[in-house]
Design a protein around this ligand. Structure first.
Ligand SMILES: [Zn+2]
Length: 470
């Protein structure tokens, strides 16, 4: 197996990827807070790390992928109150909506999609361990993690801890009973009208950071290979996850931390708080889902992306080029099952293997999907040229097989719905028969029928080719 290199936020350099257990990879990805449809900025990590998972599977690893749903927090409670429904009903609704958009974007279901509210036992146990070991204390409104007890704090964000503490001390809030402003909450005591669960410190609910530490340990164990998320999660969320997990377990939490860049609109960050966000649902209603996926993967995941609908539409046209190539190839394969030409077979086989190697090389270099996509389009161009002189069935069968594998890694599968329908293929055959019998009137009539079915038929030296009419 070729070695993959991953940029690790912890060490700020590209490192050789070596899993804890040979042939297996354990990945944890922070999931959505389910109080709304997810926006394009949220979609970027989902698409990016789904592609990481697909690529590792393509390389032969067995991947266990965990992505949580944050289904209890301040935003959930506020939104449920506004809508006059329970927090549970709100979560159920937007988890359903998450799956709809995720399916559209061809994001595979995680091995586990745990919900915070269904992991309460593990969370309470985790907090208890931190209290017992002296890393956490009970304040006035909740249980807090004592940052000064964990000297490695800020090893991920590379912030200056002393400076952070000095600045924070100036704004200590006495009401919370926090000893230090940098301390963060593990368990929040119940406020009137809020959902709550029992704990040794009274009724309450989990803080956000502890969820991920508890779920990662429950489903993946104490040390995992890769933890990923958006770069806005580095501090404090992921820094806090490290503190909690390493304090409780006494072991390294994560070997490789991967973070994707922001999506900007007019060069300022897309976020709900900025009010400049676009949901995947609304963009997909304009252009479909696949152009969104292709748009995201056209940049390196650590680079910022500036969003405009125009660029997503451009991605849509690029996706159509892939579809057209695939369909034409399928059509030629369907119509020329007996074509044999050794020279073409060898030439095409070399070309395809060379492109696949370049694709792998790009992906092994810190998941460079931008470059991999470039290779994919070169392959599509070369195949389009080769198809003008279709001579060998086996050659194109293999080429299609490889193209299919690369598309699958990027999650850009050409769906069955986009295949030429059988009735159209039958019409093309009937038209060929009519032409053979010199019944040109019927042939023309059938061509009109094909057009009514949404396809334009073109006669080439290798037989008829189809193009979808838009
Ligand atoms: Zn998380």
């Amino acid at each position: 197996m070729r070695i993959m290199y991953i940029f690790n936020t912890l060490t700020r350099q590209k490192e050789k990827f070596e899993p804890i257990e040979e042939g297996k990879v354990k990945i944890y990805a922070c999931g959505p807070t389910v109080y709304n449809y997810f926006h394009l900025g949220n979609a970027r990590p989902f698409i990016t790390f789904d592609t990481l998972r697909r690529y590792l599977e393509y390389k032969g690893y067995e991947v266990t992928f965990v992505q949580n749903f944050t289904d209890i927090d301040d935003k959930m409670i506020t939104r449920a109150q506004e809508d006059g429904i329970t927090v549970r009903a709100l979560a159920d609704k937007y988890i359903d909506e998450y799956y709809k958009d995720a399916r559209g974007l061809n994001i595979e279901e995680a091995s586990y999609h745990p919900r915070a509210t269904e992991t309460i036992d593990e969370i309470v146990r985790f907090v208890s361990e931190l209290v017992d070991k002296g890393f956490a204390y009970v304040g006035n409104d909740g249980v807090y993690f004592s940052v000064e007890k964990f000297p490695e704090y800020t090893k991920l964000s590379h912030y200056d801890l002393d400076e952070l503490i000095q600045n924070a001390r100036k704004e200590i809030n006495k009401k919370s009973g926090k000893r230090d402003q940098v301390d963060f909450v593990l368990w929040k005591f119940k406020k009137e009208g809020e959902p709550a669960w029992p704990s040794p410190w009274g009724e309450g609910r989990p803080g956000w950071h502890i969820e991920c530490s508890a779920m990662a340990r429950k489903y993946l164990g104490q040390t995992i290979d890769i933890h990923c998320g958006g770069q806005d999660l580095i501090f404090p969320h992921h820094e806090n996850e490290i503190a909690q997990s390493e304090a409780a377990n006494g072991k390294p939490f994560v070997h490789y931390w991967m973070h994707n860049g922001f999506i900007t609109v007019n060069h300022s960050k897309m976020s709900k708080s900025e009010g400049n966000f676009f949901t995947v649902r609304e963009i997909s209603e304009k252009v479909g889902y696949m152009p969104i996926r292709l748009f995201i993967l056209s940049s390196h995941y650590r680079s910022p992306i500036n969003y405009s609908l125009d660029l997503v539409e451009q991605a849509g046209r690029a996706y159509e080029r892939i579809e057209t190539c695939w369909k034409n190839m399928q059509f030629l394969l369907d119509n020329n099952p007996d074509a044999i030409d050794e020279d073409q077979r060898e030439a095409l086989s070399n070309l395809v293997r060379q492109k696949q190697a370049s694709f792998d090389e790009a992906m092994d270099d810190d998941l460079n999907t931008a470059e991999a996509m470039g290779v994919l389009f070169e392959l599509v161009r070369e195949l389009n040229t080769a198809m003008q002189n279709f001579k060998d069935y086996q050659a194109f069968k293999e080429a299609q097989d490889v193209l299919g594998k690369l598309l699958n890694v990027l999650g850009l599968n050409v769906s069955q719905e986009n295949q030429v329908p059988q009735e159209v293929l039958d019409l093309v055959q009937a038209r060929q028969d009519a032409k053979k019998n010199k019944d040109y009137a019927s042939a023309d009539q059938i061509r009109d029928q094909i057009e009514q079915a949404g396809y334009k038929v073109m006669d080439t030296a290798q037989g008829p080719q189809l193009e979808k009419l838009s």
